[in-house]
Structure formats: structure tokens, C-alpha cells
Design a protein around this ligand. Structure first.
Ligand code: PHE
Length: 345
């Protein structure tokens, strides 16, 4: 019996060492150490032994079982290490490969200018108002003191969808719509958006461009309010030492009307190529809202007054960033657009 035990031990240990994975190892475990295995059989056979032999054999079987279990555990551990090593090897990444750079986009320069202006005016209590690009003749012209057949309409010829429907030529119709809706006289809005004109495209003209306009209507609004507001705007957008200059102008929807210039930010006023040697750069138009416009919107123009101003966003961006051709804004050329990468997060 002792011999049989020895043989069995050799056999199991060999089988254990021959297994290549935990599944095979488990099969060996069940086959030899399980309830139906030869070791259990041996233990069961102990009853037949003489009382003197029994403890000796018992000790031998136990010793063997212990040894086998020990080897089995060692081997299991080894197999597991192997499996992990294999998995790691198969999943290994070559960290020395150069990564693919993720190209981060940036805001379009026009959006940037619009947002900067919106921020400034929202800080002064203005609301941002928007309206349709396909507009009614009434809001684009008639409500703004430009009746049908008025010669000033020629300044803003546009694309017509029908007799009464057109592509808006400015964002002022948003102002007309807002005034009409507002209950009580207290309007303070800034209106950005796309506008359209029948123009031949060149370095400074585009049949589609962007405007941003402001409107304030309330009791007691005066020309000096407009001037102060524009002065603040000029300094915020073009630098604290900008001066502004208002020149008389004409718009059908404002009276009096002005054109605002800023002192040249390049030469400071002495004359250079940016200001065409004049020291001043024309930036926007504005004025006191015409009484006819107020009346059309349902206000009593003897009690309520207002100011409005409007500018081309492209022009502001061209001045601010030194862009020499308006068409750059629309061609989606990344070589142009990527120059407006913002550093702040
Ligand atoms: N809407 C005018 C334009 O497009 C600009 C403007 C707005 C002028 C408000 C005066 C007041 O030319």
C-alpha cells in the first residue's frame, strides 16, 4: 500500500505540473482529490488495515495530501501569473508613438466681436433681442419712417421674396418689433444679426454681413445719453484713450442723426494709413429715434424719447484685428480663422 501511495503521489504531481491553465488544473484537482478520487479511496480503505498499521498509513496519506495540495496551489499561482503576463503583453500600447493632436477650434472673429459687445451692453442692463432675417417690408422700412417710394430706400436695396417680404437690410426691424411689443416705455436692447443688401462684393462690401444695433427708449432720454454710451463703447472696444467725434448725418429713422468716429488707435490722431491721414476712423451711425418711428410703435413722442445706433460687425472686427478684406470672414479658410485662437480657457 505504501508503494501504491508513492506511485500515486508521483503521478499526481506530474499531472499537476503538466497542466497549462487553471481549467486543466481544476480537472486534475477534482480527479485526484475529489470525493471519487484515488486518495479518498485510499482513506476509505484504511478500515481494512490492522490497528498498528492504521496510524502510520493515516499519517502518510495526510502527508501526501498536504504535499499535493501545496504543489497544486503553487502551480495555480504560477498559472495565474502567466495568464496576467500574457494579457498585459497582448494589451500593451506603445507609449513611444507620437499622439494624434486634437485640434481645438475657436470662436469665429465675428462671434467674438458680437459677444464682446453684448457683454458690454448687458452689463449696462440691455437685453439681447433677435428677429427674423426674412422680414416684412413693414418692419424693415415702413415702421422706420421709410414709406414705400421714399428715395432713402435706395441706400438699402435688398433681395425681395415678394412685394411685401424681403431679406432685412439692417437689424433695425428687431427694434421696431420690440418697441411694438413692449408695454410701457422702457426699452433697452442690443440686436445682433445677419443682414443683406444688393451690393457687389469687394474688399469692403458684402451682400451679406452682420450688424449690431442698440436702442433705448424711455422718458427723458437725451442726446448726451447717446454720446456717453458711445464713448464707453469706443473705449471698451478700442482702448481707454480713444476719443469720439460725432458728425451730423442722415438716417430716415433718427433725427438728429450722427456718424461716430473714433480717434485713430494706430497713430493716435496724427495721421496714418489706417485713418487715411485724417486721424479719425468712422465706426458707426446713430441718432435720436425719429418721432414718427416712436408714434408708429404706439408711443407718445411728446413724452417718450430714445436713441439708437448701429454698426457693421465686420467693420469693427476689421479695425480691431487689422483684417484687410471682408471676404476673409466668409470663406472658412482655417489659415485665417486659426489666427483668432483665444488664450483664455
Ligand atoms: N440701421 C442703420 C443702417 O443700417 C444704422 C443705424 C441704426 C443708424 C440706428 C442710426 C440708428 O444703416
Amino acid at each position: 500500500m505504501e508503494k501504491r501511495l508513492q506511485e500515486l503521489k508521483e503521478e499526481v504531481l506530474q499531472k499537476i505540473k503538466a497542466t497549462l491553465n487553471s481549467k486543466e488544473l481544476n480537472e486534475v484537482r477534482v480527479a485526484y482529490l475529489g470525493k471519487k478520487g484515488p486518495i479518498t479511496d485510499l482513506l476509505k480503505g484504511m478500515g481494512k488495515l490492522s490497528p498498528e498499521e492504521r496510524p502510520k498509513m493515516g499519517a502518510l496519506v495526510n502527508e501526501m495530501r498536504q504535499k499535493v495540495t501545496e504543489v497544486l496551489e503553487e502551480h495555480a499561482e504560477k498559472l495565474e501569473q502567466q495568464a496576467i503576463a500574457e494579457q498585459l503583453a497582448s494589451e500593451a500600447i506603445d507609449v513611444t508613438l507620437p499622439g494624434r493632436t486634437v485640434r481645438i477650434g475657436n470662436r469665429h472673429p465675428l462671434s467674438r466681436v458680437v459677444e464682446e459687445i453684448e457683454d458690454l451692453f448687458m452689463g449696462m442692463g440691455y437685453e439681447v433681442a433677435e428677429g427674423p432675417e426674412v422680414e416684412r417690408d413693414y418692419y424693415n422700412f415702413e415702421a422706420l419712417n421709410l414709406p414705400k417710394g421714399h428715395p432713402a430706400r435706395d441706400m438699402q436695396d435688398t433681395f425681395y421674396i415678394s412685394e411685401e417680404i424681403l431679406l432685412r437690410t439692417h437689424t433695425s426691424p428687431v427694434q421696431a418689433r420690440t418697441m411694438e411689443k413692449k408695454e410701457g416705455a422702457n426699452v433697452r436692447i442690443i440686436c445682433p444679426g445677419k443682414v443683406f443688401r444688393r451690393d457687389s462684393d469687394d474688399a469692403t462690401h458684402s451682400h451679406q454681413f452682420m450688424q449690431i444695433e442698440g436702442l433705448v427708449v424711455a422718458e427723458g432720454i437725451r442726446m448726451s445719453d447717446l454720446k456717453g454710451t458711445l464713448d464707453l463703447f469706443a473705449k471698451k472696444m478700442f482702448g481707454q484713450d480713444r476719443e469720439i467725434r460725432l458728425r451730423p448725418s442722415f438716417f430716415p429713422f433718427t433725427e438728429p442723426s450722427v456718424e461716430m468716429d473714433i480717434s485713430c488707435f494706430k497713430c493716435g490722431g496724427s495721421g496714418c494709413n489706417v485713418c487715411k491721414q485724417t486721424g479719425w476712423i468712422e465706426v458707426l451711425g446713430g441718432g435720436m429715434v425719429h418721432p414718427n418711428v416712436l408714434e408708429k410703435a404706439g408711443y407718445d413722442s411728446t413724452k417718450v424719447t430714445g436713441f439708437a445706433f448701429g454698426m457693421g460687425v465686420e467693420r469693427i472686427a476689421m479695425l480691431k484685428y487689422g483684417v484687410d478684406d471682408i471676404r476673409h470672414f466668409y470663406t472658412n479658410d482655417v489659415r485665417f480663422l486659426s489666427q483668432f485662437q483665444e488664450t483664455e480657457a
